[in-house]
Design a protein around this ligand. Structure first.
Ligand SMILES: Cc1ncc(C[n+]2csc(CCOP(=O)(O)OP(=O)(O)O)c2C)c(N)n1
Ligand SMILES: [Mg+2]
Length: 667
């Protein structure tokens, strides 16, 4: 290895261990072991512009092993991104952008929030798919404006997690030739050697997935071999590549290298000094970055500017030849929507007795006709979720054409891949599966919420209304548990026109994910001449049907298919002389964000007789019905049987509401 490369690699190591030591917390081992591969990738292969981290055709780099965050912060600082040495000195402190794990919205250049192992690598699959999707849509003969690689650095932990098994399997199937995972193959994880729990032949596994597998035996020192492997990875355009780089965790530390002791705690002041000595640094100096190394890293700035300028030239020529596409490109990347995109959406009438999954399918297809960058798919359930975009073809990673993604039965990866599309930009992604399997997608939903990603997670078969499939397929706690996730909007529309409004919300939201929760079974479409317009959904909750003939004595609050039950109860109550107001509350989050005046107008504090009805867990409903109200729901697992029978059996019917309201009004 030449001296300058050696110095540069050690600079990453020293900066990383100093920051971890100062924070008195963090993971020094990975940055030390992975520094050579990171150096070769960033210095010789990664096409990026530190002064414009958002350049659309940059290569993407995801540090999936997010615990090694100091590796990424070192690279960002050294190559000239907006992350100062002073900020690195605040690593892991409250308010620092150099957070414990990389957070995509804190520092430009962090492509994905990582930490929960496996998510980042799977995001990278989504990014690589998004690259293909944009290439298919925008590249034209003689004009290539989308053409970049996606790299992820993965550790043993990433490759143990099930989610990467799914993501890698799909990536191999699709033949994502511009996806490269660099595997920090150090045979150590948190608790000790991986031999305790992880002994399969990873290379063979990836070969079986259809990946090109490359090996670097001396990953601590042999940067030429790393370079050759990366060249070979890029040269194979038909298969994703796994570069297995054999490294030593904590390389350079005389007493902790090769041991899990280097994984998750600072080396200790003494060991830091010994490491510095071993690597030829002054043991007494901290945050000592040799100017020669920094200058060397910062050549990335000129290289990046040049690469972007060359791209810009190609882009301008393309834009001149394709002005309509160029306008679309700009809109799609900004997260805007084409003028008039809402105009063709269906309007449903009471004649339409549809399951909300059915109306949902129609709305989605109509939106897809207006928004060409809407893309999505399902976990082998499109025949049930009805989320196929009719006439839009199946996604083909070779051509990049087609907008229906067959994720296969892989909910875990599906969510993370959709997040990858959002991280990439230029495409609006949705996913679909049965609501009960939202549990399989939940870790990705949580990451979307943290990272403020505009992804739409569609779920159908949303209650015991599913029927005969029984308790394994009947969501009980899912609705309430998704409401627990901060920054996630959970929408459960009551009828077809509320579905239209829900999808409008999903399409317009740019600062976080939205779930749209739909029924398997038919629900009536309300006569909007008799009840309030569905546009009330935009406020999260609204008075669907007010108490006829005077001030309401009671409030009935419901979501989804139970709103129709509430309306039926309202009629029965009226016949018995009780005036009840029906409030449809499709989104708690949006409603709770309305002004106190609006909330008071919908749910007046003075009315204590309140009953909620929702075919799911009741925990939490007290928030809206108050301590004196009654929450009708289901707090046990469902049962196998026809949906209608189950609704009766579990007390989800109008008479239950009538009974509860009558009791409350009497007392
Ligand atoms: C889903 C998930 N489970 C557990 C953890 C806690 N954790 C962080 S790093 C780690 C071990 C990772 O080992 P490896 O990827 O080999 O990293 P190395 O020790 O080589 O740096 C674990 C279990 C996590 N971050 N995410
Ligand atoms: Mg490891």
């Amino acid at each position: 290895m030449d001296d300058l490369s050696n110095l540069a690699i050690n600079t990453i190591r020293i900066l990383s261990i100093d920051a971890v030591q100062k924070a008195n917390a963090g993971h020094p081992g990975l940055p030390m072991g992975a520094a050579p591969m990171a150096y070769v990738l960033w210095q010789k292969h990664l096409s990026h512009n530190p002064h414009n981290p958002k350049w659309p055709d940059r290569d993407r780099f995801v540090l999936s092993a997010g615990h090694g965050s100091m590796l990424l912060y070192s690279l960002l600082h050294l190559t000239g991104y907006d992350l100062s040495l002073d900020e690195i000195k605040t690593f892991r402190q409250f308010g620092s952008r150099a957070a414990g794990h990389p957070e995509s919205f804190l520092v430009p250049g962090i492509e994905a929030t990582t930490g929960p192992l496996g998510q980042g690598a799977s995001n990278a699959v989504g990014m690589a798919m998004a690259e293909r999707f944009l290439a298919g849509r925008y590249n034209k003969p003689g004009h290539t404006i989308v053409d970049h690689f996606t790299y992820a650095l993965v550790g043993d932990g990433d490759l143990m997690e099930g989610i990467t098994h799914e993501a890698a399997s799909l990536a191999g199937h699709l033949g994502l030739g511009k996806l490269v995972w660099l595997y920090d193959d150090n045979k150590i994880s948190l608790d000790g050697p991986t031999s305790m729990a992880f002994t399969e032949d990873v290379g063979k596994r990836f070969e079986a997935y259809g990946w090109q597998v490359l090996r670097v035996e001396k990953g601590d020192t042999d940067i030429e071999a790393i370079d050759r492997a990366l060249q070979a990875a890029k040269a194979d355009t038909t298969r994703p590549s796994l570069v297995m780089v054999h490294t030593t965790i904590g390389y350079g530390s005389p007493n902790k290298a090769g041991s899990s002791e280097a994984h998750g705690s600072p080396l200790g002041a003494e060991e830091v000094k010994l490491t510095k000595k071993a690597l030829g640094w002054d043991p007494e100096k901290q945050f000592d970055l040799p100017a020669q190394a920094v200058d060397h890293f910062r050549t990335a700035i000129a290289r990046g500017a040049q690469a972007e300028a060359a791209w810009q030239k190609r882009f301008d020529a393309w834009a001149a030849a394709n002005p309509d596409l160029a306008r679309e490109w700009t809109m799609a990347l900004r997260g805007e929507l084409p003028a008039g995109w809402e105009s063709g959406l269906p309007v449903f009438t009471p004649k339409d007795e549809l399951a909300t999954r059915q109306s949902g399918g129609k709305v989605l297809a109509a939106m897809a006709g207006k928004v060409p960058w809407l893309v999505g798919g399902d976990a082998d359930l499109s025949c049930s979720t009805l989320t196929s975009l009719t006439g839009q073809g199946d996604f083909d990673a070779k051509t990049g054409l087609g907008r229906n993604i067959h994720f296969g039965v892989r909910e875990h990866a599906m969510g993370a891949i959709a997040n990858g599309f959002a991280y990439h930009g230029g495409a609006r992604a949705f996913t679909a599966t049965f609501f009960v399997f939202s549990d399989y997608e939940r870790p990705a939903i949580r990451m979307a919420a943290i990272s403020r990603l505009p992804v739409t997670f569609v779920f159908t078969h949303d209650s015991i209304g599913v029927g005969e499939d029984g308790p394994t397929h009947q969501p009980i706690e899912q609705l309430m548990s998704l409401r627990l996730i901060p920054n996630l909007w959970v929408l459960r529309p009551a009828d077809a026109n509320e579905v239209v409004e829900s999808y409008k919300i999903a399409m317009k939201r740019n600062d976080g994910p939205v779930t749209v929760v739909l029924t398997r079974q038919k629900t009536p479409t309300f006569d909007r001449n008799k009840v309030a317009p569905a546009a009330g959904v935009q406020r999260g909750g609204y008075i669907l049907s007010d108490a006829p003939g005077g001030a309401p004595q009671a409030l009935i609050i419901a979501t989804g298919s139970e709103v129709a039950i509430a309306v039926a109860a309202q009629e029965k109550l009226l016949a018995a002389g009780v005036r009840a107001r029906v409030v449809s509350l499709p989104s708690w989050e949006i409603f709770a964000a309305q002004s106190p005046e609006y909330q008071e107008a919908v749910l007046p504090r003075a009315i204590k007789a309140r009953v909620s009805i929702e075919a799911g867990a009741t925990l939490g409903w007290q928030r809206w019905v108050g301590s004196e109200g009654v929450a009708i729901g289901i707090d046990r697992f469902g049962a196998s049987g026809p949906g209608g029978t189950l609704m009766k059996h579990f007390g989800i019917h109008a008479d239950a509401v009538v009974g509860a309201v009558t009791n409350l009004v009497k007392t």
